[in-house]
Unconditional design. Structure first.
Length: 223
C-alpha cells in the first residue's frame, strides 16, 4: 500500500470514528426489535463507511444529510432479510390471511384495500387487523398526511440536517403509548379518526381532542 493509499485509509477511518455517534443515534431507533444495540451499530456502520467513501462535498450540503439514509438503509435491510422479530402463531396466521386477501384484492381492483375492506373480506376484527399489521411495522417514520404534522417533521430539502428529523422521532418516543399508537394509526396507516376510535375503544370526538393535544405537545417540544 503506497503512502497516498495509507493516507486515504487513515482519513476514512478518522471520518468514520468522528461520525459514529450518528450511527448510534439511528441504531437507538431500533432497540427492542430482537437485535443487540452493539450489533445494530455494527450494521449501521456499514452504511456509514459507504457514505464516507461515496460522499462528494462539492455536491452535497452536509455529510450527515448524505449519511443518514445509507445508515438507516443498512439497518432496515438487515431486518428485512433476517426477520428477527418473533410473532405469535395467531398473528402469523392472520398476517397470511390478510396478505392473501390483499393480493387478490389488488388483482381485482388495481389498488390496495383499506382496513375496512380487509375487515369485511377476511372476517378479522379491526383490532386484530391493526395488531397484525403493526407486528411487522418498522419503527416510526412518519409519512404525514396532515399539513401540521408535515411542517413538524422537518424533512424537506431546505432542512439543515436530518438530525432535525431524528430529534422529531425522539419527541415521538416521549409520548405515551396510546399517543404513539394514535400517530401510527392516523399518519402511517392512514386511518380516519372514526376508525382509530374503534381500535382504541373510544369516540371520534375524544380522538380528535387527543390528536390536537399531541400536535400541541410536539410543537412545544420542537420549538
Amino acid at each position: 500500500m503506497d503512502s497516498s493509499n495509507i493516507r486515504n485509509h487513515n482519513e476514512e477511518e478518522k471520518e468514520v470514528l468522528n461520525n459514529l455517534g450518528l450511527v448510534k443515534s439511528i441504531a437507538a431507533r431500533f432497540i427492542g426489535r430482537g437485535v443487540d444495540f452493539d450489533d445494530l451499530v455494527q450494521i449501521g456502520s456499514i452504511g456509514l463507511i459507504k457514505a464516507v467513501r461515496q460522499f462528494d462535498p462539492s455536491r452535497e450540503n452536509a455529510f450527515s444529510t448524505y449519511a443518514v439514509p445509507l445508515i438507516m438503509g443498512e439497518i432496515r435491510r438487515y431486518f428485512r432479510d433476517n426477520g428477527p422479530i418473533k410473532i405469535s402463531r395467531k398473528i402469523q396466521g392472520e398476517l397470511r390471511t390478510i396478505q392473501k386477501y390483499t393480493d387478490e384484492y389488488e388483482k381485482q381492483h388495481g389498488h390496495e384495500p383499506i382496513v375496512d375492506d380487509i375487515v369485511t373480506g377476511t372476517g378479522i376484527s379491526y383490532e386484530d387487523v391493526i395488531l397484525a399489521m403493526n407486528a411487522t411495522a418498522a419503527p416510526i417514520s412518519l409519512t404525514p398526511i396532515d399539513e401540521d404534522m408535515e411542517e413538524m417533521a422537518i424533512q424537506d430539502k431546505n432542512a439543515q440536517s436530518p438530525l432535525h428529523a431524528l430529534e422529531f422521532y425522539d419527541v415521538i418516543n416521549m409520548l405515551e403509548q396510546t399517543e404513539q399508537l394514535l400517530i401510527y394509526l392516523r399518519f402511517i396507516k392512514g386511518l380516519t379518526q372514526t376508525q382509530v376510535a374503534k381500535v382504541l375503544h373510544s369516540t371520534q370526538v375524544k380522538i380528535s381532542r387527543l390528536e390536537k393535544k399531541i400536535k400541541q405537545k410536539l410543537k412545544q417540544e420542537l420549538e
